[in-house]
Design a protein around this ligand. Structure first.
Ligand code: CA
Ligand code: CA
Length: 241
């Protein structure tokens, strides 16, 4: 005579257990993705929605003259495809006449294009991030319309680019804008490009949210879930065989 099946209700059917394991994995993935993919043009909304932000304000860097060299800080580096970058330490040092400005402190990055379209600004992060934002100054004030400002991440929802700012008219000189995005999938690089012309603009107050690393307990839970699924499948296979 066979003994009654000692399995608990938790293990009473393969579909139920598989569902529980999948629900556990989904919960862990949701915990890792604290915010969905979204763009922002309001700094207050971005700050309210995105936890764990760090900010780069370039205050620790000396001023540099315009050139092709990257601007490098512990959190990130900036490089441009066109003529120049500079760390500007005030309205006239080392460049003048663009009405660019710092939105935090006195130092910011000047992106200079001269008499051509400004090309692409590439920002590379020291660690994977899930959110990015900055304040621009004097973007879109040139005699030719700047058009659309586009951000592109190197992975995830915005890997094909997203239009974050549409400038239908020529902007007032010195105007500032906040632009940000958050993305469920971590990324290590973002590129900024303009649909039209601007001889120079400023970048300051770059925010980033470092991608969360799952806690050791989360990894253990996830491994236990996967092992449970594998064991269930083996048992069902041997019972059928
Ligand atoms: Ca600054
Ligand atoms: Ca400008």
């Amino acid at each position: 005579m066979s003994t009654p099946n000692p399995r608990t209700p938790f293990l009473s059917g393969p579909m139920l257990s598989a569902r529980r394991a999948l629900a556990l994995l989904a919960a862990l993935c949701a915990a890792a993705n604290v915010h969905a993919s979204q763009t922002y043009t309001s700094e207050a909304s971005f700050l309210a929605a995105v936890p764990g932000l760090s900010m780069e304000s370039f205050e620790a860097l000396d001023g540099t003259s315009l050139g092709p060299a990257s601007v490098v800080t512990p959190l990130l580096s900036l490089s441009v495809s066109m003529p120049g970058l500079a760390v500007q330490t005030g309205p006239n040092t080392p460049q003048s006449g663009y009405d660019t400005s710092a939105s935090d402190g006195s130092h910011y990055v000047l992106v200079y294009a001269g008499a051509v379209a400004p090309g692409t600004l590439t920002i590379t992060f020291a660690q994977p991030v899930t959110a990015f934002g900055f304040t621009s100054s004097d973007i879109g004030d040139s005699a030719v319309r700047a058009g659309v400002l586009r951000l592109t991440t190197n992975t995830g929802a915005y890997a094909s680019g997203v239009d974050v700012l549409n400038l239908p008219d020529i902007e007032l000189s010195g105007a500032t804008h906040f632009i940000g995005l958050a993305q469920a999938q971590p990324f290590t690089q973002v590129q900024l490009s303009l649909g039209g012309f601007d001889e120079a603009y400023g970048i300051d107050e770059i925010y980033l949210a470092t991608a969360p690393v799952p806690e050791p307990e989360s990894w253990a839970l996830m491994a236990a879930g996967l092992l449970g699924l594998a064991g269930l499948r083996r048992r069902n296979t041997s019972r059928r065989g």
